[in-house]
Every structure is written in C-alpha cells, then in structure tokens.
Write a protein that binds this ligand. Structure first.
Ligand SMILES: [Mn+2]
Length: 269
C-alpha cells in the first residue's frame, strides 16, 4: 500500500497541513506498534506492506511547484496498482491526485460543500472552494455524498456531478442511499473515496474550518463507506482536518480509527 502525505493548505483552511502530518504520525504509530507486538494480531498484515511518502512545503520553491509535485507523487503512488491513501491538507491538496485518476474512475466525494462555487465575491482563481472547475485535463466521474449546500441550482450541480446525495436524503433513508451507492460502485471500472472531513457532523468532527450542521454521524458514514467498499476501491483521500480546532481529540480519534480500519481492509483483500 502507498500512503502519500501532502500537507498543502494554501488558498483556504490554513492549519489543515498539520492535520495531514498528524494522521501520518498516527500511521507511524500503528506500524511501530505492530513491529513491536510479539503476540499474533490482525495488524500483522500491514508488516512491510505500507510505504509512506511525505512531502513538505517549507520552501518557496516547494510551494511554487505544489501542483506538479502533487501530480508526480500521485502518478508514482498509483502506478503500482496497490491501494493508495492520500492525506491532504485542505481539499485543494487532493486536486493533483484527482487529476491523475483515469477519467472513468468513479469518485465518491463525501463533502458538506460542492466545490464549484462562484459567489459574487468568489475569486476566479483556483481556491479550495472552486477547484472542481479547475481540472487540468479530463475530470473523473464525481458523486457527492452528504452535502448541505443551499445555494447552487440543480442545473449548476449537474454540470459537475453525475449524482448527489445531500445529507437530508441520507438522513431520511440511509439504506436506500447505501443501496444506490453500492450499485454504482459495483458497476464502476474503479472507485476512489474522497473524504472532506466537513462531511461529518460537527458534533463528531469539530476540527474543520467551515463546519456545517446536519452532517453525517459516524455510524451512517460507516454504512455508506461499507456500501461503496463493495466496488473496486483503489484508494481513499482525506482532507480538511484542522487539529487546532479539535476538541479533546474527538476528530483525531475518529480519523485515526478510520485510517487503521481502511488500511487493514485494504491489506486483507
Ligand atoms: Mn467541504
């Protein structure tokens, strides 16, 4: 498995780079603990199987090349055909990875927002709120899960998203949504899961810059995640985790568990 740590957090949600690094620390801890464990344990499947690549943005040159470096790192990670975990800073940090996915990849994007905003005061340049309109080349197929957007029109949404499952639909009938996601994932050539942490409800994920109420609770997220996992999932990206806003490590614990759970599931396939 390939883990890429890409703590880029410019143009929105400054502080999320620290979140990517903290999740990388969590993975190091999981691997170190496994290494030291002398009794049989489930995590043995991870031994020698996880390669971490950690990028830094601590020089002007590294920042200036962020998108090229991201694409190169994504290309490198994807070429082995192994499961890829991409730990991004803000959601924009996932763009180079999405650009490297084959256009027939179906991306299930868990996000409170539909990142195609063009408000009267939104800058036209690339930002973490509009980057889905800034793909360099063809875009993979996109399905949003869990948004709470109250601004965009259906016509605008359809220009970017093949389907959307807003939080109110999930709340009314999670089993129906899970069934549809499973069918779509199953029919896809390959599947990517993209988690913007603000898809979760702020009560279980306080560590985000733009919390929106009525988000996904952890058990419902797991229901939908499991449904999608029935498809050919090639990777998971996580972004927008800002540990400076966390409360008693609530968000860190949730994400740490999810990361370990995902790595184990991927290793056991
Ligand atoms: Mn978001």
């Amino acid at each position: 498995m390939r883990v890429v740590v890409f703590p880029f957090d410019l143009f929105g949600s400054a502080g999320t780079g620290a979140g990517a690094k903290l999740l990388a620390d969590t993975i190091h801890e999981i691997l170190d603990d496994t290494e030291q464990e002398s009794r049989p344990c489930r995590a043995e499947v991870l031994r020698g199987q996880v390669q971490l690549k950690e990028l830094a943005f601590d020089t002007p040159a590294a920042v200036a090349q962020w998108r090229l470096r991201g694409r190169a790192a994504a290309r490198q990670a994807l070429r082995w055909g192994e499961f890829v975990l991409w730990l991004g800073g803000n959601h924009l940090a996932v763009l180079p990875l999405l650009e490297e996915l084959a256009p027939d990849t179906l991306v299930f994007q868990f996000d409170a927002h539909l990142d195609v905003y063009r408000f009267h005061d939104t800058i036209a340049e690339l930002s973490h709120g509009n980057y889905l309109q800034h793909f360099d080349g063809p875009r993979p197929r996109l399905i949003n899960v869990g948004h709470r957007d109250l601004f965009l029109t259906a016509a605008e949404i359809q220009q970017t998203f093949e389907a959307v499952y807003p939080a109110w639909q999930v709340a009314c009938d999670p089993q129906r949504v899970a069934g549809e996601l499973q069918a779509k994932a199953h029919a896809a050539t390959r599947v990517w899961i993209d988690l913007d942490c603000d898809a979760f409800d702020p009560s279980v994920m306080p560590a985000v810059a733009e919390p929106l109420p009525f988000g996904l609770l952890a058990p419902v997220f797991l229901t939908l995640f499991e449904a999608i996992w029935n498809g050919p999932v090639i990777g998971l990206s996580i972004s927008e985790f800002d540990p400076g806003r966390d409360w008693r490590d609530t968000s860190l614990q949730l994400l740490g568990w999810l990361v370990e759970y995902t790595l184990l599931k991927a290793a056991e396939r």
